[in-house]
Design a protein around this ligand. Structure first.
Ligand code: AMP
Ligand code: MG
Length: 396
């Protein structure tokens, strides 16, 4: 049994970007990581732009300027201003070469065909200079950068139509358990609706990964081996759920040993998710996640997510961690480290009730996990605790 930090370290040490890359149109690149640094083929902006609605002036030694024209956004005109002349101009419009400042319209007085400045001007004020965002020939985005909405739009603004990104890992899910039934069947005593496939598929989708195969295995050694053999044919990552504990009908560990999957760790001093397995078979990775849904998801977020992020070409260390004040007192004498479903609201964190690993009700409302290190704590309201932000969290 190893500590949380050691387990995470083993995941990070063993994962590196997949070698294959692909050239994709920008619209297909959300959540992907760049396989090469991006070189700017143009200056951004590529012409001097006004950053205000106002007046482009050619400075002289008086506050009064003669209004001689107008430049709208999108126009290609370049009026010739003499010192003491100005043109009406708008945000994003091309500043005439002969203008050397833009004055906000709120900072002038207009009288007929003349404006009077209300305050001093600084040379080049309110003008976005050529290349001030990115110079032609520079490398504004590095290899490995994950592309979010902003990254895609930035590339588009550079005139880039397609980019080389790392391919996504192929992930297979194997759900074990004789008690699991599909939602199409009526519930019978002893059976439950299989839900970990929904859980894992959605959690992967949130990372831009489409699950390639979902298979189900009965609680027998043969069925588990068969499902694994099949998964190994075409997966970079195999995620098993259930059957990894010490029950008489838990066969996942034996099946992994039979298939010579190298064990990198088994069992972590944590709650939930103690019987977590991480291993490798050639270039493929295997996580056997404990079947209780909250354990499955907690282990996914803490350990699987950084693996996936690294295979995709990123530099992830896992979920964002920060220290947040507790909303209430909290005491625990649990020897194992805890990941507790929690909600951050108004800059403080509350640990939710119903923490048991069989329960998803608290997870469904959580936006963070509170991390309590080994051997318990005695905390007072206002004390800082370490929290891991769940993906896509928007704090309120
Ligand atoms: P196991 O890890 O196989 O001992 O399962 C632990 C608990 O998780 C049991 O109560 C299972 O019924 C439940 N469980 C296992 N797999 C799933 C699944 N795919 N969907 C929902 N619950 C599951
Ligand atoms: Mg089971």
């Amino acid at each position: 049994m190893i500590a949380v930090a050691e387990a995470l370290q083993l995941v990070l040490q063993n994962s590196s970007p997949l070698r294959e890359t692909e050239l994709l149109p920008l619209a297909k690149c959300l959540n992907r990581n760049l396989a090469h640094a991006i070189k700017a083929a143009v200056n951004l902006p590529h012409f001097r732009q006004s950053s205000m609605d106002g007046y482009a002036i050619c400075i002289h030694n008086s506050m009064d300027y003669d209004l001689v024209g107008e430049v709208k956004a999108g126009e290609n005109s370049n009026p010739e201003l003499k010192p003491g002349e100005c043109v009406r101009i708008f945000t994003g419009a091309a500043v005439p070469d002969s203008a050397n400042a833009v004055v906000m319209q709120e900072k002038i007085k207009l009288k007929g065909k003349q404006i009077t400045l209300q305050s001093d001007v600084i040379l080049e004020q309110n003008i976005r200079s050529i290349g001030s965002q990115v110079h032609k020939g520079a490398y504004p985005l590095e290899k490995g950068q994950v592309l979010q909405a902003s990254g895609l739009a930035f590339l588009q603004s550079l005139g880039i139509k397609e980019v080389e990104v790392y391919r996504n890992p192929k992930v297979t899910l194997i759900l074990t358990g004789n008690e699991l039934i599909p939602i199409s069947e009526p519930l019978e005593r002893g059976k439950i609706y299989e839900s970990n496939s929904v859980l894992l598929r959605a959690a992967l989708e949130q990372q831009g990964i489409e699950t390639q195969l979902i298979s189900f295995a009965e609680d027998t050694l043969e069925a588990t081996i068969k499902a694994l053999e099949n998964a190994f044919k075409s997966s970079d990552v195999v995620l098993l759920s259930g059957g990894i504990s010490v029950g008489d009908y838990d066969f996942v560990r034996d099946a992994l040993a039979h298939l010579k999957v190298e064990e990198l760790f088994y069992k972590v001093r944590q709650r939930p998710g103690k019987p977590l397995f991480f291993g490798k078979k050639e270039s493929r990775f295997v996580f056997a996640l404990p079947g209780n849904p909250a354990s499955t998801l907690s282990c996914f977020y803490v350990y699987v997510l950084p693996l996936i992020a690294r295979l995709k070409g990123g530099q992830s260390e896992g979920l964002i961690r920060l220290f947040v004040p507790l909303q209430h007192d909290f005491k625990s004498d649990e020897p194992r480290a805890l990941f507790l479903k929690a909600s951050i609201e108004n800059k403080a964190v509350s640990i939710l009730d119903r923490q048991h690993s069989s329960m998803l009700v608290s997870f469904a409302k959580a936006n963070a996990l509170v991390y309590i290190p080994e051997n318990g704590v005695f905390l007072k309201r206002g004390d800082l605790v370490e929290v891991l932000l769940l993906p896509n969290t928007i704090l309120t």
